[in-house]
Design a protein. Structure first.
Length: 277
C-alpha cells in the first residue's frame, strides 16, 4: 500500500527537523544538489525509523524539480512540501542567488501546487533578511508575486546592475518568496491545500557556524547578542512553527509568513541593532 509523500528539498538541519516532526508514516523524498548530503541525512533519518528516499535535485532547474515530483508520485500522493533548499549570500554570486532562491523556489511552489493532494500543506523557508529591506512599491511587489516564473529573472528590478551586492540579492529573493507564497496560496486553495513561509533569523546549523567563524562572524554575533532573545535559534524551534502550520490547528492559515528571529528584526528597526545614520 502506497503511503502519502512528503517532498523535502534541502538536506540540512532545518529541513530535517521539520521532517522529523511531520514526516513519520510518510515516504519522504529528499532532494539536494549534493546527493551525498541527501544520502547522509536520509541515513540519519532511516536509522530513526523514517522512510526516506534521497535524490539529486537542482532547485535552479525546472527539469530537475519536475523529475523530483515525478519520482515522488511513484511512491504515493504528495501531501506535504518542505522547501529548505537555498544558497548563502556569503558563498554564492548574485546570479546564483536569484536563480536558486528566487526563481527555483517560485518554480517549486508552482509545480508542487499543481499536484498537491487535497488537504495538503507546505512550508518554504525564507529569511529574516527579506524583512530588513525598505518597502518596495506595490507595483514591484505585484511583479514579484505574479510574474510568470520563466519571466521573473527578466524583471528590471532583478537585473544585476540594479542589485547592490549578494546580500541585496538574497533580500530580494526572500521578499519574492513571501510574495510568491501569497499568490500561490490562492492557487493551492483551489485544491483545498495550504502554503505558508517561515522567515528564520540566525539558526545554529553547520553553515551558520561557518558564518560565525568567517569574515562576517562579528556581525552575526553582535546581532544575536543585541536581539531580545539574546541568542541564536535552533532548527527545532523553526520546526515547532512548521509543525503548527502544517497541522490541522492551522487550517485557517495560508499565504502567510512567520518571522522567527528572536526579535532581531524588531531590534533592527527600533532597538540597539538600528543602523546609525
Amino acid at each position: 500500500m502506497k503511503k502519502e509523500v512528503m517532498i523535502l528539498t534541502g538536506a540540512g538541519q532545518i529541513g530535517m527537523a521539520i521532517a522529523r516532526c511531520m514526516g513519520y508514516g510518510k515516504t519522504i523524498i529528499l532532494g539536494d544538489k549534493n546527493v551525498k548530503n541527501a544520502e547522509s541525512i536520509a541515513q540519519t533519518m532511516t536509522n530513526a525509523g523514517f522512510d526516506v528516499v534521497p535524490m539529486e535535485m537542482d532547485l535552479s532547474s525546472r527539469a530537475s524539480i519536475l523529475n523530483l515530483i515525478t519520482e515522488a508520485q511513484k511512491h504515493g500522493e504528495i501531501s506535504m512540501l518542505v522547501n529548505a533548499a537555498g544558497v548563502s549570500p556569503s558563498q554564492a554570486s548574485i546570479e546564483t542567488i536569484l536563480k536558486v532562491d528566487l526563481y527555483g523556489t517560485a518554480v517549486l511552489l508552482e509545480e508542487v501546487g499543481k499536484v498537491i493532494k487535497a488537504g495538503g500543506t507546505g512550508v518554504t523557508i525564507s529569511s529574516q533578511s527579506g524583512h530588513r529591506m525598505p518597502a518596495l512599491t506595490p507595483e514591484v511587489d505585484e511583479q514579484l508575486a505574479i510574474t510568470p516564473t520563466e519571466e521573473l529573472l527578466k524583471l528590471d528590478v532583478l537585473q544585476v546592475e540594479n542589485i547592490r551586492d549578494t546580500l541585496h540579492a538574497y533580500q530580494m529573493a526572500k521578499r519574492c518568496n513571501v510574495k510568491r507564497v501569497m499568490a500561490e496560496a490562492v492557487k493551492w486553495g483551489e485544491r483545498d491545500a495550504r502554503i505558508n513561509s517561515i522567515s528564520p533569523g540566525i539558526i545554529v546549523t553547520p553553515l551558520a557556524i561557518d558564518e560565525f567563524n568567517g569574515p562576517r562572524g562579528d556581525f552575526y554575533k553582535n546581532m544575536f547578542a543585541k536581539c531580545p532573545a539574546g541568542r541564536p535559534g535552533t532548527a527545532d524551534e523553526v520546526a515547532n512553527v512548521a509543525e503548527l502550520l502544517m497541522s490541522d490547528k492551522a487550517a485557517f492559515i495560508t499565504g502567510a509568513d512567520f518571522l522567527i528571529d528572536g526579535g532581531a528584526t524588531a531590534s533592527f528597526f527600533y532597538g540597539p541593532l538600528k543602523p546609525q545614520k
